[in-house]
Design a protein around this ligand. Sequence first.
Ligand code: HEC
Length: 649
Amino acid sequence: MDDLPQGEKPVSSQSNPIIIDGVMYANSGKQTVFAINANTGEKIWSFMALDEGEASAASRGVTYWENGNDKRILYSAGTSLIAINAKTGKIISSFGENGKVNLNEGVRDDPEKISVTLTTPGRIYKDLIIIGSRLPDFYGSPPGYIRAYHVKTGELAWTFHSIPHPGEKGYETWPPDAYKYAGGVNCWAGKSIDIERGVVYLAMGSPSYDFYGADRIGANLYGNCVLALDAATGAYKWHFQTVHHDIWDYDLPCPPNLVTIEKDGKEMDVVVQATKQGFIFVLDRDTGEPIFPVEERKVPASNLPGEIAYETQPFPLKPAPFVRQSMTGDDLNHYSDTDHEAILKTFRSVRFEGLFTPPDLQGTLSIPATRGGANWGGGAFDPNTNYIYIRGNNLPEIQTIVDANQHFAAQNNTRFELGRVTYEKHCASCHGQEMQGIPPSYPSLVGLKDRVAEGISLQKIRQGSGIMPGYQSVLSEQEINGIMAFIYNKKDAKIEVPQVTESENEPERYMNITPYRTWSDPSGNPALKPPWATLNALNLSTGEYEWQIPLGNDEKLQEAGAPPTGLLGRSGPMVTAGGLVFISGAADKKLWAFDKMTGDLIWETTLPAANNANVCSYAIDGKQYLALSVGGTTENPSGSIMAFALSAE
Ligand code: HEC
């Protein structure tokens, strides 16, 4: 990859390459698409669709379609779905408008004010490409309609309302007018298609806002559902809801696996869905009925005014959760007495009544939390053994809920101050109270004015960039101007602006000011004892785990003689017929191969930078390769695709 000059900030890529007839197609962190000779690594063509300075959005790969000699690559950059000629890398101008379809169009809200992007590439069914979307998780987000477009023309084929309209099934699980204002319920994590059945199975995300749902009382279908739709028409088939009325950000985080398992002597076609809360649901592919029993259990009630937490939630009796769902004071780390005392004090002060403890003004311990359990890399299935391999993250968070009216009141009488308040509300959760960031995941914004042109930052704030959501639909122009004054340190921008309207609208009153952040001690070490991440082998025939090992290591925090600590990772495993499970994607930059039956480490190597994408495997002329996207370094900020040849010994 060579789309960034030296000296630029290194980017990471989440792209999972695909290989067709000896050609590898992948996109970079900057959203350039490449065609590469999969044997030699030589570039055949590259294509960049974004205009200079236009914000990119994280993208996990591209989609291939062919019909006779017509071979196309479809992918998204910015807020467009784009079709290019797979042989030449040239845009296909007869698709959409000059090769592009504007994803902002047709999702209820003003296309000028929203930012709909795709993290996970679309999937092909015959001559259709079926897509989900990525949206902000905040109040004011558009709804995540599911759409299919004709591959040849870019014409819209069908739309499924993920927040049902009057007369549509599931409408009664929302307040009557919610379909006009509620947002989220998007499929960002991915979907799988059963071509024979003609059914698409979608992993749906939660409704917005993530942590307070007074404006959406009810079960909120099709939020957090495995949703089965007719791939040709978008007609509803069945759904299975994994969380009712989500107030924890438990989006379904990865595409469902469509697999055939052997159970009680019979072959069964199933859908396997891993979740952030650490459950794995195994569902009949035709009916959505669970294969292992699932119980609706009573869960704690909410204390927040206006909120009604759902009374029950689904608990599978099998398989057991693959990450921790509970902790006590004994599970807290003890790196120093003062740090231990501080986290013990927090632990005792917050509300925690097990899984599904609602966000609370007292502070809530959430375990697993927003980045817990499974993540977008998903599971890898081995048809020879019926084992599925899943990475699990154990990362509790403290959800700090504030009354926005009180918390942000009376500070906002200049553009700069309005910016400060807006920053605290919307940006501090990732970029830090002092703009220090949480490296390496979330960059520092300190000294931005010496590094980044204002126009470029403004684009990123409006449209999102990488894993950062776009704020065009969420913030007013005034608020965005305020933020620009704040992050560019224009203290004297003392333009008087009217007071931000006190929210009379109760539903927008409560906010979580510490989401998406691992709970750490004052020195920055994780509050929970290791392992922080694991790789799990689950036997789907029995619902029992065959093995579970810590994945990744923080050498500084590993205690003498103790097993590896495990490290947060988002990408998923890949299993080969030859008996190996390959996985990468933690901060220690390792790529590992484990024995698929035992979990024993067979081979490892250290990559030049962290990898943040799944590994793929392919064969050319009898030679088997392994390839993966590796993040940028100072010398090579664009990052690279690395390929390894596998030799049988
Ligand atoms: C969910 C976490 C998250 C939130 C919330 C978030 N950001 Fe970001 N932001 C990121 C990440 C990750 C990047 C790096 C991605 C990239 O540069 O492509 C980033 C990049 C940026 C950059 C570019 C920095 C650079 O060095 O080029 C700016 C400016 C920025 N964010 C501003 C904001 C503002 C302002 C807000 C609030 C309105 C905000 N962000 C909210 C995660 C977040």
